[in-house]
Design a binder for this molecule. Sequence first.
Ligand SMILES: O=C(O)CCC(=O)C(=O)O
Ligand SMILES: [Fe+2]
Length: 251
Amino acid sequence: MACDLEAARITSLPSDAFYISDFVSEDEETWLLQKVSSAPLPRWTHLSHRRLQTWPSSLTKSNTLLASPLPSWLVSPVTEPRLKELGIFNDAPHGAPNHVLVNEYNPGQGIMPHEDGAAYYPLVATVSLGAPIVLDIYKKNSQDANDEGKAGGSASNMADHNRKPQYRILQERRSLLITRADLYTDYLHGIAETTKDEDLTADTICNWDLLREKNPYRAGWYQRETRTSLTYRDVLKVAKMGNSLKFLGGR
Ligand SMILES: O=C(O)CCC(=O)C(=O)O
Ligand SMILES: [Fe+2]
């Protein structure tokens, strides 16, 4: 199936990124959104500019995952069979994702430029649900490099607030975006806190040719609606339950 992935490569990016516009069906999207919204309320962590669910659990201070399976609704159909067929996690230490962050952004919300950090194998598979959103990619500068290695990734400093993205990826609802390798380690990513994504053209959106539908963006902008992402990753350090007490004790 590796050749399928090659057809999905975002060729204008300097490193590995793949975009599949039609990764889950409309019915699957509705079902997944229903699963996200039916999670018990304490599952949500409310951050200032988005809310977040962490499955199966948050990492410990030492970036360790206490071994536990993902809930079945996050496994089927996304990881099995779809991600498995693409083979993208074959080289990851656990051969499959073991951790999922679910992010929900209302219009006007976003996530500041950051890197996902050393806790994970450098590969993220993002399923977008509900509405499109633009992901901005920034080349790391020396200050960002100094921040490297902070637990759970790091935010860039405030001086970078007006920095312009080097690349922009439009993530349609029902799509899959895979970013890995240098794009994971040498770049930051973020989502603007805006109610409108603008300046959308074949020249400014690097996956324009891979979009499922271009018509909604012909005017060059669209109004944000609530967008949910499922971000699949492989946490490098996993503690089996038998060993987990000492990790819990260290919290
Ligand atoms: O929602 C997204 O597409 C990006 C989320 C993200 O960057 C993260 O959770 O680290
Ligand atoms: Fe991230």
